[in-house]
Design a protein around this ligand. Structure first.
Ligand code: G6P
Ligand code: FE2
Length: 185
């Protein structure tokens, strides 16, 4: 008998049964997100140790296994750098045609998407919201609420993460607070 994996966030993060080699936990602090936010002055004044998000990934097969799936759960804290909401780094997939599901678990925010022609759009995330991210579409999540935003994801184990394209050219639009309203600019 094997112990079940349970993806309720609190269980996923704390249960000792989930510390096996196939569960990888990572944390991104503000210092890991240098160059991500537009307001360099506001970013410069903030504590670089501040946690922006945690990711727990369940990797039941080896990376690059054709046909395999990975699953992750991300907790993205509430905050802003200047007027821009805390967000994930964002990425394309290295195997660019690989798709992914995201779904909202807790809190509120937006999934920001950008295709290869740099068209940007956003989908509102909330508990139970489901998002199909087609291949060749970059994706990042912003927390626009006052509580933590928790979302989960399922992606092919041979998708890989391409962060370099976003690091070089960014997203064509940003989600910022304009008079209290999340707005793509
Ligand atoms: O990788 P980031 O762009 O920082 O996003 C954070 C994470 O969000 C989700 O959990 C994805 O499934 C992960 O693959 C990703 O690593
Ligand atoms: Fe992805």
């Amino acid at each position: 008998m094997r112990t079940n994996k349970v993806f309720i966030p609190e269980v996923f993060f704390t249960n000792d049964c989930l510390t096996g080699e196939d569960v990888v936990k990572s944390t991104r602090v503000l210092g890991d997100l240098d160059g991500v936010f537009q307001d360099k002055e506001a970013y410069g004044k903030m504590n670089k140790e501040q946690v922006v998000y945690h990711v727990s990934s369940y990797l039941p097969v080896l990376e690059s296994t054709p046909g395999g799936l990975f699953m992750g759960i991300t907790t993205l804290y509430s905050g802003k750098v200047g007027q821009e909401y805390f967000m994930t780094k964002g990425h394309f997939h290295s195997n660019s045609d690989r798709a992914e599901f995201y779904w909202g678990v807790e809190g509120e925010g937006f999934l920001i998407l950008m295709d290869e022609r740099r068209n940007v759009w956003a989908e509102r995330m909330f508990p139970g919201s489901l998002h199909y991210i087609p291949g060749k579409v970059a994706h990042r999540v912003a927390n626009t609420g006052y509580q933590k935003l928790v979302f989960s994801a399922c992606w092919p184990s041979d998708a890989g993460h391409d962060y370099a394209t976003i690091a070089d050219t960014g997203f064509a639009r940003r989600l910022v607070d304009v008079n209290g309203v999340p707005t793509l600019v």
